[in-house]
Design a protein around this ligand. Structure first.
Ligand code: DAH
Length: 357
């Protein structure tokens, strides 16, 4: 091996062990730098006889080019390795399943309320909304339940001191106050354009029928597997000139059969008492099939609106008559989905709630 081949080999070896660009540049200086081995050989040529200069010069050049080529190869190799490391670090694993955004859903009781609104909507009922913090007048007195009436004891609720028609002081115990609130608004709207009976201040002119449901939250001092201090009710009211108990039976039967998707569902109107209706009935339903078949299940209170309540609506009971009902959407939801503890609806446990998505 002559001296040039040895230099080329040692340059290749030096480049080969360089692990970083800076190492490589240092190695390059040892061969091609100002006092590098190849540079020194070039300088030494001055001392050679003329006839040797040409061949020696050409040989040194070949060696120099070989070293430069090795240097470039190594530069490229180091750059490739660097890139490789970077790509690995930034790699996306496209085989990994993406994280989906969680899909929400409506609360089961909200699903029931939507369903109730849709069914009664199809029968021409409006939907009314009213305050949860009520006055004594709307929650009790206007509904024919004066102070000290025994029916008030079943409706214990949360009170604050004071209160008047203008200053609500209790959490409503039922949605029935909406009967009065909605009817009064309705009567006001039409009594402006018709006659008001001067004698007793009650409206006896013509007006479109009142046909409304009022779903919402209600409150009582009550708490166990089937009672929660906050619960839902949905009130219904249909008042006109010739609305009878038969209409109540028809409307409520139709509603229950549609709601439970069961054409052979049987209803029973069991005599009962409510101060604001006379006569009054509790509505029981009986499934003919499924796990609840044969049992009577109470779903609503109902009755013909009491004349005193009709008066408190601003209407003349000699002309206007109708029916009302109040049902529990929480209970309807339990029956529809087979849930046996009401508290599950209000615990906010996602494992329970996500089953209704
Ligand atoms: N408000 C009654 C309650 O909460 C339920 C009720 C009964 C409502 C009869 C009515 C009705 O409209 O006619 O116990």
């Amino acid at each position: 091996m002559n001296d040039l081949t040895a230099i080329v080999e040692s340059a290749k070896a030096a480049f080969g062990v360089a692990q970083a660009p800076a190492d490589l540049e240092n190695a390059k200086a040892r061969f091609l730098g100002k006092s590098g081995q190849i540079t020194e050989l070039m300088k030494g040529m001055a001392a050679l006889p003329v006839e040797d200069k040409k061949t020696r010069g050409a040989a040194i050049n070949v060696a120099k080019q070989a070293i430069e080529a090795a240097l470039n190869d190594r530069r490229q190799a180091l750059a490739d390795a660097e890139l490789e490391i970077q790509l690995k670090a930034e790699a996306l694993d496209v085989s990994l399943t993406g994280r989906r955004r969680g899909q929400g859903g409506l609360h089961p009781v909200s699903l029931t309320l939507e369903r109730i609104e849709a069914i009664f909507g199809s029968m021409g009922f409006d939907v009314a909304d009213g305050p949860e913090i009520e006055t004594d007048w709307f929650n009790f007195t206007a509904l024919n339940t004066p102070e000290d009436h025994p029916a008030r004891s079943m409706h214990d609720t949360f009170y604050i001191e004071g209160g008047s028609t203008a200053a609500p002081n209790l959490l409503r115990t039922h949605t029935s106050p909406m009967q009065i609130r909605h009817a009064v608004q309705h009567v006001k709207k039409y009594s402006e354009v018709s006659n008001i009976d001067e004698g007793n201040g009650l409206f006896s002119g013509s007006m479109p029928e009142i046909r409304v449901i009022a779903p919402g939250r209600t409150y009582r001092v009550d708490s166990d597997a089937t009672h929660s201090p906050m619960f839902h009710q949905c009130e219904g009211l249909w008042v006109g000139e010739n609305i009878s108990f038969k209409d109540l039976k028809y409307v409520f039967t139709d509603f229950c059969r549609t709601f439970f998707e069961s054409e052979d569902l049987v209803l029973r109107f069991r005599p009962s008492f409510f101060p604001f209706t006379e006569p009054s009935a509790e509505v029981d339903i009986q499934f003919q099939e499924g796990p609840l078949a044969g049992k009577w299940l109470e779903v609503a209170g109902s009755g013909q609106v009491h004349p005193n309540v009709i008066r408190n609506m601003g209407l003349d009971p000699e002309r206007y008559i109708g029916f009302a009902f109040g049902m529990g959407p929480d209970r309807l939801t339990m029956l529809r989905y087979g849930v046996n503890d009401l508290r599950l609806f209000f615990d906010g446990d996602i494992r329970f709630l996500s089953q209704f998505r």
